[in-house]
Write a protein that binds this ligand. Structure first.
Ligand SMILES: [Zn+2]
Length: 159
């Protein structure tokens, strides 16, 4: 999944990492002659790369970044009480990861990354990456709630 560079940080070994808008860090080493990124060496060089996109494999694997902080949760809903707004097709909020916890029954999660809906259950929670389009369909008897995790760069409050 393509993500925008929003910041840079040094890791524990002194190598530069790009901080992406999903919250994941990604190494941008300058290691000639194999990897040439002389721009990492200067502040001006790094700043010139802000806003560029990198492919984030951790997003493809749906790993919630360690840097995320809990940012609230919905009430527990059933298939009968879930608000329509929650069930319609939409994009996950920018800079916010969503975890879908099922307490009972089953829920179908359709995302743009999968051709078939995923069946979520108490043993199998669902994860939606920031900006990913998705749709939820609870089956009869389902009880579930959503938990939100904001990246450090996200300016977001649950509605
Ligand atoms: Zn990512």
């Amino acid at each position: 999944m393509l993500r925008r560079i929003v910041d840079f940080a040094l890791d524990d070994e002194g190598d530069w990492t790009a901080i992406l808008d999903c919250g994941h860090p990604q190494h941008v080493r300058h290691n000639p002659p194999f990897i040439n990124r002389p721009w990492t060496k200067t502040r001006k060089g790094r700043q010139s790369k802000l806003g560029e996109r990198l492919d984030c494999l951790r997003c493809d694997r749906l790993e919630i970044p360690d840097s995320c902080r809990p940012a609230g949760r919905t009430p527990t809903y059933s298939d009968a009480t879930a608000p329509l707004k929650l069930l319609e097709k939409k994009a996950g909020p920018t800079g916010v990861w969503t975890r879908i916890t099922v307490l009972a029954g089953y829920l179908h999660l359709q995302t743009e990354c999968l051709s078939d809906p995923q069946a979520l259950s108490p043993a199998k929670p669902g994860i939606v990456a920031p900006g990913m389009h998705y749709r939820l369909a609870p089956l009869a008897g389902a009880r579930f709630f959503l938990t939100f995790y904001a990246t450090p760069v996200a300016d977001w409050q649950p509605s």
